[in-house]
Write a protein that binds this ligand. Structure first.
Ligand code: PRP
Length: 179
């Protein structure tokens, strides 16, 4: 298994590029099926979700969709999220009456997605779904639904494929885990 050293920490490859691609194809088929006949807004949560968004939307072939972005700020340290969430970039399109798919790279405690789901509902969306590539099932503290989960993972720090280590390593094509 590949190992990677980043800023003095050893990481091991958790999901290869091929495994990620295959799983994203499966998620895309589910989304196409659930949103058949709709033109959803696919809303990526900056910054980490942009890589997943780019690959996911290119696997969605049978429906039209719009892409938009939100940016949030959560207060906590670099590896463990805690505290509150603030919206610092709102969606650029009206979500009223729209089917919305919020795209995340990772759901950890769930506070970000709980906040965003509420925001999108409050904006008058017709429906809200959440797609996350990674889900830390041991850390999740909310009851907010997560409709599409790529991989459910234990509580280890992960980097690559959009996920950062001190703002670096988002460009790695695989996902690596601190053991
Ligand atoms: C990460 C991730 C989610 C959030 C998940 O973002 O992209 O938005 O944390 O954690 P939670 O479930 O505990 O709320 P981060 O704040 O690291 O920003 P980034 O995407 O810009 O790296």
């Amino acid at each position: 298994m590949n190992t990677l050293h980043s800023d003095g920490t050893v990481f091991k490859e958790l999901y290869t590029e091929t495994i990620i691609k295959d799983r994203i194809k499966e998620l895309a088929i589910e989304i196409e099926r659930d949103l058949s006949g709709s033109t959803p807004v696919v809303l990526a949560v900056m910054k980490g979700a942009v890589i997943f968004l780019a690959d996911l939307v290119r696997e969605i072939q049978t429906i039209d969709l719009e892409i938009d972005y939100v940016r949030v700020k959560s207060y906590g340290n670099e590896e463990v999220s805690s505290g509150t969430v603030e919206l610092i970039q709102a969606p650029g399109v009206s979500l009223a009456g729209r089917d919305v798919v919020i795209v995340e790279d990772i759901v950890d405690s769930g506070q970000t997605i709980h906040f965003l789901r509420q925001h999108v509902e409050d904006a008058g969306a017709k429906s809200v779904r959440v797609a996350t590539l990674l889900f830390k099932h041991e850390c999740f503290k909310f009851s907010t639904p997560i409709e599409y989960i790529g991989f459910s993972i234990p509580n280890n720090f992960v980097i690559g494929y959009g996920l950062d280590h001190k703002q670096l390593k988002r460009n790695l094509p695989s996902i690596y885990s601190k053991q």
